[in-house]
Every structure is written in structure tokens, then in C-alpha cells.
Design a protein around this ligand. Sequence first.
Ligand SMILES: NC(=O)C1=CN([C@@H]2O[C@H](COP(=O)(O)OP(=O)(O)OC[C@H]3O[C@@H](n4cnc5c(N)ncnc54)[C@H](OP(=O)(O)O)[C@@H]3O)[C@@H](O)[C@H]2O)C=CC1
Ligand SMILES: O=C(CO)COP(=O)(O)O
Length: 338
Amino acid sequence: MKNTADITVLGAGSYGTALAISLASNGHRTLLWGHEPEHIANLKKDKCNNEFLPGIALPDLLIPEADLATALAASNNVLVVVPSHVFGLVLSQAKPLLRDDARIIWATKGLEPETGRLLQEVARDILGEHYPLAVLSGPTFAKELAAGLPTAISIAGTDVSFTKDLVELLHSPKRLRVYENDDFTGLQLGGAVKNVIAISAGMSDGIGFGANARTALITRGLVELTRLGEAIGAQGATFMGMAGLGDLVLTCTDNQSRNRRFGLALGQGLDVDTAQQEIGQVVEGYRNTKEVYTLAKRLGVEMPITEQVYKVLYQGGTPHEAAKALLGRDQKSETSDS
Ligand SMILES: NC(=O)C1=CN([C@@H]2O[C@H](COP(=O)(O)OP(=O)(O)OC[C@H]3O[C@@H](n4cnc5c(N)ncnc54)[C@H](OP(=O)(O)O)[C@@H]3O)[C@@H](O)[C@H]2O)C=CC1
Ligand SMILES: O=C(CO)COP(=O)(O)O
């Protein structure tokens, strides 16, 4: 079947729109599908996603589309950018409409709710073995990407020709540097765990702790992420790259991060529900914390920061109690396994 678009993006929130803007700015005809017809009508009318990215014009090559069948018929390249809790649902809706030559990539950061499965397992479970899969992960705030500010990101997948084509589509010598990576598992896990650590960094700053505490959380958060990653077969070195250290530094230190802002609100004394309402957009780390915590417990991997965030979010603990518990841990060697 012939492509009438170079790529179709599923999910018209902040990051789906930002990636679609970036792709269209590279000269690629890009369909952007969203599940709310009224929202898509507004994108067409305003030539701007006023709800999620106000003030940033949509390029002419970005075509908003409300019909999923039309969106999926237009291109064999499908980029999924919906929150992790609806990732499986959207793939299930897409499945009967996918072209036989479809290739699926996602920029969603998270694990499957309840099961804690990586999204590659969810995709394989729903779609079977036929379609090439890939993931995009790394430090990228939607607003900066959409504004054309310099950004670097990593990509990994099951099929080298697919990932190379994606690099060609996404890469821009002026704005976006895309690194190929062969650690599909590691890139997915990094994007989920950094959300949890960003909440902890936000809580620490919300309490009023300083740069020392924040940096310690980033550094020990990286250790936790690496430990869990190696336990599920990822490569430790991946976490020194964009999808590990890169995304941890970005989301733990800058208030554009919704996970960090959620943590800040908790540290300042807000309850979980009020803090979430204040953010008003997806806070992946809220669910991810439960999934990462459960996965770590199942595998017997020690993740003390994740455990404390879990206690605050799900067991009525307070950020002050979490800080006390982390500081009060037994003395240990920095490089020991646990
Ligand atoms: N924003 C960012 O800077 C970055 C985000 N990401 C990741 O991208 C993913 C999406 O996040 P982001 O775009 O920021 O989130 P937003 O909250 O900005 O947008 C989420 C979008 O998903 C839509 N949506 C919700 N449910 C469904 C559904 N069932 N079917 C189709 N669409 C649905 C929402 O629609 P509605 O408004 O109608 O609910 C909304 O348009 C997350 O996993 C996030 O971690 C990754 C890197 C950067
Ligand atoms: O993943 C992101 C940046 O890489 C976005 O972070 P938040 O979801 O915390 O806003």
C-alpha cells in the first residue's frame, strides 16, 4: 500500500504534538491523530494546539486527523504517544486497522498498569510477532522540542532498518540529534524509572532541602535504575546515556517536569489527589511508582528511593518520613550491590 503520509502520530497531547511538529518541520507529511474530535477540530481551526502547546504554530505538513482508520491507512510508520495507562487500549483499537507493512514506535514512558510489564511485552501480546517495534526515549520536554530548541534523544528497536528510517525521519541537523542504541529494554525502563526519581527530587525540594539532597537522589536513583535494569536484562551502560542519566537530570532539576512538580507539591504538604489535580496533565510517575516498586520486589532488587516514594503515594507516608528513612539507612559502601 502506498503511503500518503510519511508517519502517523497517535496521541495529540503535548508530546505527540511536539514530535509531530518536529517531524513536519523536517519536511515530512505527518498525520496527528487524537481521540477527541473536538480537540482535533480545534487544532485544524487554530493551526495550534492551544490546550497543550499554546503559542506554537503547527506546520503546514502536520495534518490533524480524528479518524483512526484514516490515520493508520496513511502511513506504515506509526508513532504512539499516549500515556502508559492507555497504551494497551490504543494498540487494541489500532490492531484491526493496521496495515500489513506497519511498523510501530512509541515515545510513551512507563510500564503497564498492574502487571508492570514493559511496553514491548504489551505490544507483542496485543499485536503478535509480525510488526517491527521501536522506542524513543531520552531528555525531551515537549515545549522545547516543539519550539525547535536543541534536543538529543535515543532510539532502539527490534529491526535495524526501521530504527535507521526513524532516525532519518526525526533527525534534524539544526534541532534534533537522534542516537541509535541497541538496548530496547534499557531505553524503555529508563523512561519509566526516571519519573519515580523525579517525584523524589521534587519532594526533597518541596520540603526545602537543597542541591546536595537533590543531587544525591539523582545519583542514587541512577544506581537503583541500573540495578533493576541489569536484573531484567538491560545493559548497565545504557543508563549512563540519554534514557538514564540524561532524563534523570532533566526531570529532577527542571520545573517543566510534571513528575518533579507533583513531588514539589507533595513536599509542600499537598495530598496526592490535590497535587495531581494541580498538574492537570499526565503524571506518569504516580502509576509508574507502583509498577516499578512491584517489579523490584518481585525480582528482589533493592530500590530504597522508589520504596519511599511508594510509601508516600500509596501507604500514607509523608515526604519527611521518607527523607528520614533514607538518611537513617545503615552505613554502606557506595559501590556495593544493594
Ligand atoms: N510532555 C513531555 O515533555 C514528554 C512526554 N513523554 C511521554 O509521552 C506520553 C504522553 O504524554 P504527554 O503527551 O506529555 O501527555 P499529555 O497529558 O500532554 O497528553 C496526553 C494525551 O493523551 C490523550 N489520551 C488520553 N487517553 C487517550 C486514549 N484512550 N486514546 C487516545 N488518546 C488518549 C489525552 O487526551 P485527553 O486530553 O482527551 O485526555 C491527551 O491528548 C507519556 O508517556 C509521557 O511520559 C515523553 C517525553 C516528554
Ligand atoms: O519525560 C519527560 C522529559 O524527558 C517529561 O517529563 P514529565 O513527564 O515529568 O513532564
